[in-house]
Design a protein around this ligand. Sequence first.
Ligand SMILES: [Zn+2]
Length: 211
Amino acid sequence: MNPPGWPGWWQSVLDWLFPPHCPGCGQVLGRRFCAACLEGLEPCRLEAPGGVEVFAAGRYRGPLRRAVLDLKHGARTASVPVLAELMQRAWRGRLPDALVPIPPEPRRRRLRGLSVPGLLAEELGGRLGVPARNDLLVPARALVSQKNLSREERRENVRGGFRTGAVGGLDLLLVDDVMTTGSTLAEAARVLRAAGAGRVQALVLAAVESG
Ligand SMILES: [Zn+2]
C-alpha cells in the first residue's frame, strides 16, 4: 500500500520488483484473489460471546490463512486492499459511524511497527466512506499473548484490557484480522457499550472454526 500521491511509475517499479500475486496461493496473476482461492473462502456470519454479530470474509484455513500469516509476519502490506475488499463483500450490516480496529498487544506493535487491524480498518474506511478511529479503543494494560490460552483463560485475559474514548451514541464496527474464540471482540464491545456506544458489530478477515 503506497501513500496517496505516489507517482504511477513508482508503482510500476514495485510491480516489477514484487510481481502482483494472489495473496492466497502466490500465483502471479495480478493483485487479487484468484478464482480457485475465492471459491474456498466461505464468507460467514457468527456470534461472539455477549451477542456481538460478527461477519467474516472466510474461515481461517487454506488461502486465507496463508494471506493472514504473510501479512502479519512478512509485513507485506500490498495485499491489504485485496483483503479489505473481501471483508467489505462479506459485510451485511448497516453503515456505522466509525470503524474501530482492535488494538494490537503493545509489545507486538513495537516489534513489528504496524497493526494489521489498523491497516485493514483504514483501507475499509476509505472504501465505505467511514472514518477509522484508532483512538476509540486503546489497551488499558499489557495483555498476555492469547496464543496458547484456553477459551476460559482468554476471556479472563482480556477482561478489563481496553479503555475507550468518547463514543456516546455512535454505531461502531470493530475490525480485526482473526477471530478465535471471539473473547477479544466481546470484551471490546462490552467496554464500548458501557461507554454509551450504539450498535456494535464486528468485521474480521478470518474466523477460526470452533470445536
Ligand atoms: Zn490463489
